[in-house]
Design a protein around this ligand. Structure first.
Ligand code: PRX
Length: 636
């Protein structure tokens, strides 16, 4: 059987069994028949989960871009690879063919080489959703440079700490970006960030908004003239299967963001395989993932997964609410989109608007609907299924993480059933397991536990950049020899997985992964603040909102509370990014603490959610009286 493309339930069952009983043959067969290699591997898998030492396709040699581009040129050279849909619907969409994309990637690869970028160098990319963004990723992959994309909504401080952490040599950015009716001064933010980034030698600047910007002599160069002059021929670098392809930062429950390292061959095989199966991909499809390439979803399912399959992928620069709440439906109608992959937070926001925004567009091209980033609640699932899919498009609720590289648990459209609020079944090659607090595997139905994966898969991140110890500690220490996801989950009576949510101090806000610790650290830097604790609470649109409990320093000075709230949020926006702003700020006299000084977040979470029952025994707290005060001052 051809394991690459699952066509029916019987094949899914067969493929799954094969992937468990003989994972090396399973993945080896897929890798062999569906990709091009300079040299085949000696061994499919080196598996040492105990030491977090995983290698796939050992000693295989390849280049990602030959698989994404070169090999399609004969058959699909004139096929559209990328449809660029600009922020402004009146600006013409661009259809970039595989030939054109290949040419531009080769040119940019030459620009990188001419500017001193070699295999293994780190290149930071801080760009809006414009064609230069996927081209920059692919150009890095072509020359063997490791890209580190930083989401263009992040602040100067977040950008500089990511550049510093991985010692990037080059930054690729733009003069600015559009976001609805606003522009964002990306170059200004980058200039700020670069004040503390001595490793950056060159900044390439794409032109998007035509704004007046500062160009630092000897460091900053406009990208377009370099592209115009660059040669079109480029020989792709020969990469080892385990050479890093990219670093992508994700929040942890403590400390600074973790630079997850994804390597070349395993990531390639896994994103291509999951893309074609989870989205029921067919040759003439127009596939649209609304994520930003600044997140893993965009890396895997706007750029690599689709291009590896020779698909047409939509690159959308705008936002769902501009020029009005019908924009998504307009884009689907305009380009005859067949698959829509978006986030529950977007679905909930759009579901609140008048249905006429949906009904005025023809959505009949749609075949599959996808959801990612956070649990999708039942109401949103049904709205999506009824109003967008007209009950004809399976809704695939895809569970996975930055660390995983690609989709892990999801229905397969038209093959396995869907069930609202359930991610359902693992993909072939994925062996999930639920663990209880005694570190035993849970056998019972409907019992919640820690979601772990007990066998390596090709797309898994191999390490945290510069900190393998933290990788081990975060993912492999809670349950020996197993990857721990940080999520809680349960299984129903037929074995479908339902993801409950994070069980660590990571909060998913509008599908963005935010650690409480970095936000608290940022708040605590405000001169008036003594201490803070951030918790998540249920929020209609965002899934979770951020609720901050803050104690102030006793300076005797009386400050206007609303001003202080604004200042604190501005401070967070500058330090982390606007996505981390608090929805509610309650100033309190004291935070409830245990006798060892640990903040009792469990109680704070309950109060934020308005759940005043069952605080448990609070008499053992250092300051039980603080609980009543906080309860009484709760912001509804
Ligand atoms: O809590 C889970 C949630 O998002 C987390 C991973 O976030 P990130 O690394 O930013 O990647 C998001 C996009 C892949 C997970 O630990 N999550 C993601 N997808 C789902 C989900 N929770 C429930 N259901 C999902 N489908």
């Amino acid at each position: 059987m051809n394991y690459y493309k699952i066509k029916n339930l019987e094949q899914y069952i067969k493929a799954y069994k094969k992937s468990v009983n003989d994972p090396e043959e399973f993945w080896g067969d897929i890798a062999d028949k569906n990709f091009i290699w300079y040299q085949k591997w000696d061994k499919v898998l080196h598996n040492d989960m105990l030491n977090g030492d995983i290698k796939w396709f050992v000693n295989g040699k390849l280049n990602m871009t030959r698989n994404c581009l070169d090999r399609h040129l004969n058959k699909r050279g004139d096929k559209t690879a990328i449809i660029f849909e600009p922020n402004d619907p009146n600006e013409e969409a661009q259809h970039i063919t595989y030939k054109e994309l290949h040419k531009n990637v080769c040119k940019m690869a030459n620009v990188l080489r001419d500017n001193g970028i070699k295999k293994g160098d780190r290149v930071c990319i801080y760009l809006p959703m414009i064609p230069e963004l996927p081209i920059a990723l692919l150009a890095c992959a072509r020359v063997g440079a490791i890209h580190s994309v930083v989401f263009a909504g992040f602040s100067a401080n977040s950008l500089s700490s990511r550049i510093q952490d991985s010692d990037c040599k080059m930054l690729i950015t733009s003069d600015g970006g559009y976001r609805g009716n606003k522009t964002i001064d990306l170059k200004g933010i980058a200039d700020d960030a670069l004040k503390s980034c001595p490793s950056i030698e060159t900044v390439l600047v794409a032109k998007r908004i035509d704004s007046e910007i500062h160009m630092e002599e000897g460091r900053d160069k406009w990208l377009q003239p370099l592209m115009d002059d660059a040669a079109e021929d480029n020989v792709s670098e020969i990469m080892d299967a385990e050479d890093p392809l990219f670093i992508l930062y994700t929040s942890g429950s403590t400390g600074k963001p973790k630079g997850m390292v994804h390597t070349t061959a395993g990531y390639m095989v896994f994103t291509a395989y999951t893309f074609t199966n989870v989205f029921n991909y067919k040759e003439d499809d127009i596939y649209w993932c609304t994520a930003d390439i600044g997140w893993i979803t965009g890396h895997s399912y706007i750029v690599y997964g689709p291009l590896l399959n020779g698909a047409t992928t939509v690159l959308f620069e705008g936002i769902p609410s501009y020029p009005d709440f019908g924009r998504f439906w307009d884009v689907i109608d305009k380009h005859k989109v067949t698959q829509l992959y978006t986030a529950p937070t977007a679905i909930r926001a759009l579901a609140k608007e008048n249905l006429s925004y949906v009904e005025s567009h023809d959505l009949s091209s749609l075949r599959v609907l996808g959801s990612v980033g956070e649990p999708i609640n039942e109401e949103a699932w049904h709205w999506y299924n009824n109003n967008i899919g007209k009950q004809k498009c399976p809704v695939v609720d895809t569970w996975w993480q930055t660390e995983n590289g690609g989709i892990m648990i999801s229905p397969l459209p038209f093959i396995t059933p869907t069930k609202p609020t359930y991610a359902t079944l693992p993909l072939p090659g994925i062996q999930p397991v639920l663990m209880n607090s005694k570190r035993n595997e849970i056998e019972n139905h409907h019992e919640e536990g820690s979601l772990c994966i007990k066998f390596p898969w090709p797309g898994m991140a191999r390490t945290i950049w510069g900190n393998h110890e933290r990788y081990m500690e975060t993912y492999f220490s809670a349950f020996r020899g197993k990857y721990f996801s940080g999520d809680g989950a349960l299984k129903d009576e037929v074995g479908y997985y339902r993801i409950i949510g994070r069980i660590d101090d990571v909060i998913i806000v509008s599908g963005h992964n935010l650690g409480t610790a970095p936000i608290e650290n940022a708040i605590n830097e405000h001169p008036a603040v003594a201490e803070s604790a951030i918790v998540g609470y249920p929020h209609d649109i965002k899934g979770n909102g951020l609720y901050g409990y803050i104690t102030l320093k006793e300076t005797g000075e009386v400050r206007d509370r609303d001003n202080l709230r604004r200042e604190i949020n501005e401070h967070i926006a500058n330090h982390i990014g606007p996505i981390a702003k608090l929805d509610k700020i309650q100033f309190v006299d004291a935070l409830p603490k245990t006798r060892s000084g640990k903040i009792m977040r469990r109680i704070l979470r309950k109060i934020a959610a308005g759940d005043f029952d069952s605080f448990g025994d609070i008499s053992t707290l250092l300051n039980p009286e603080s609980v009543d005060e906080i309860k009484n001052g709760r912001i509804a």
